[in-house]
Design a protein around this ligand. Structure first.
Ligand code: SAM
Ligand code: SF4
Length: 331
């Protein structure tokens, strides 16, 4: 196995695959109000194509795969795809989902070999869910979380995008949830992704501000190390809590120096940086009948363009928006 090492000595071993650009929700920071034009079916990578790419990527040192979207649970045949992925001997297969469709399939996903899941949930208030996520599906999301727990997923990570004026009055409620339930509540800073989606600088809340609010609930004890398997979250716990708090701050403290990720968009572009619009068309390469060796070269080409860090994230610098919507890239 060769290792994919970029120009800044980062070893890339983590592939995030967007399975679909479609979603049953319309989160304000992710999708423009009217939605985005749907990709035609044959523009989306097929499962066989994805499996081939993952196999080739494994020969380049990819060990972990995360499935995302759009809403990955909307994609038909997902359970079988996960079963096929799990036969490839990856170290980790995870999914990021809004949880609203999870109740019916959490057990099957677990049995198929899914190792971890992250559920996105920005509010615990029924009257608010619709205004953030576009549809009133809070109960479905909560049922999804319960089903994931019942299916034995551990840990259960819940991602919260904290936004000033929208859900910052719930930061303490989520903090309490981490005390009562064995969940890892991870606060994520709002990011300027997508030209028409809901980025407003005044909605942005830094993790320092979030942490200051949480501290009014009690002392936060630091856990783990940032360099471990945990990825970019800084982890904390309230005394005696069943769960944890995670802070993920892509904007205020960029984690670019330890970034190990590569992304495949639903329409088959390799993207080496979430915030860079540089993409390499690997679908075209696949469909023109290239050999595995040639595909490896396409992967290397994408990695060669991985920037050291994103200029848009220079602290205090101007923040510009990316050209793609988050639902297209996969978060
Ligand atoms: N539909 C799935 C979900 O919501 O979990 C997977 C795709 S979604 C694009 C992946 C993650 O990106 C979610 O946790 C979502 O909250 C996050 N996200 C989307 N747009 C964002 C933005 N502008 N800033 C911060 N996080 C964002
Ligand atoms: Fe859908 Fe996830 Fe985007 Fe919300 S964040 S609109 S659930 S893809």
């Amino acid at each position: 196995v060769e290792n994919l090492i970029d120009n800044f000595q980062r070893r890339v071993n983590y592939l995030r695959i967007s399975l679909t650009d479609r979603c049953n929700l319309r989160c304000i920071y992710c999708m423009p109000e009217g939605g985005i034009p749907k990709l035609p079916h044959d523009e989306i990578l097929r499962y066989e194509e994805l499996l081939r790419l993952v196999k080739v990527a494994q020969t380049l040192g990819i060990e972990k795969v995360r499935l995302t979207g759009g809403e990955p649970l909307l994609r038909r045949g997902l359970v079988s795809f996960i079963r096929a992925l799990s036969e490839l001997g990856l170290r980790d297969i995870s999914i990021t989902t809004n949880g609203t469709l999870l109740e019916g399939c959490a057990k099957e996903l677990k049995a198929a070999g899914l190792t971890r899941l992250n559920i996105s949930l920005d509010t615990l208030r029924p009257e608010r869910f619709g205004s953030i996520a576009g549809l009133d599906l809070l109960n479905d999301a909560l049922a999804g979380i319960e089903a994931a727990e019942a299916a034995g997923f551990d840990p259960i990570k819940i991602n919260v995008v904290a936004m000033a004026g929208l859900n910052d009055d719930e930061i303490l409620d989520f903090g309490r949830l981490s005390i009562e339930r064995p969940y890892r509540i991870r606060f994520i800073e709002l990011m300027p992704i997508g030209e028409q989606a809901g980025w407003r600088p005044e909605r942005y809340l830094s993790c320092d501000e979030i942490k200051a609010k949480l501290r009014t609930l009690g002392r936060l004890y630091a856990l783990g190390s940032r360099k471990s398997f945990d990825g970019p979250a800084r982890r904390f716990r309230f005394r005696g809590a069943a769960g944890e708090i995670g802070l993920i701050n892509p904007i205020s403290r960029h984690f670019c120096p330890s970034c190990n990720r590569l992304r495949i968009t639903a329409d088959g572009r390799l993207r080496a940086c979430l915030f860079s619009d540089h993409e390499v068309d690997i679908k075209q390469a696949l469909r023109s009948g290239l050999s595995d060796d040639d595909l490896r070269a396409v992967f290397r080409q994408a990695i060669a363009a991985k920037p050291a860090r994103h200029p848009r994230l220079v602290p205090g610098g101007p923040i510009r928006k990316c050209q793609r919507q988050m639902s297209q890239i996969g978060g």
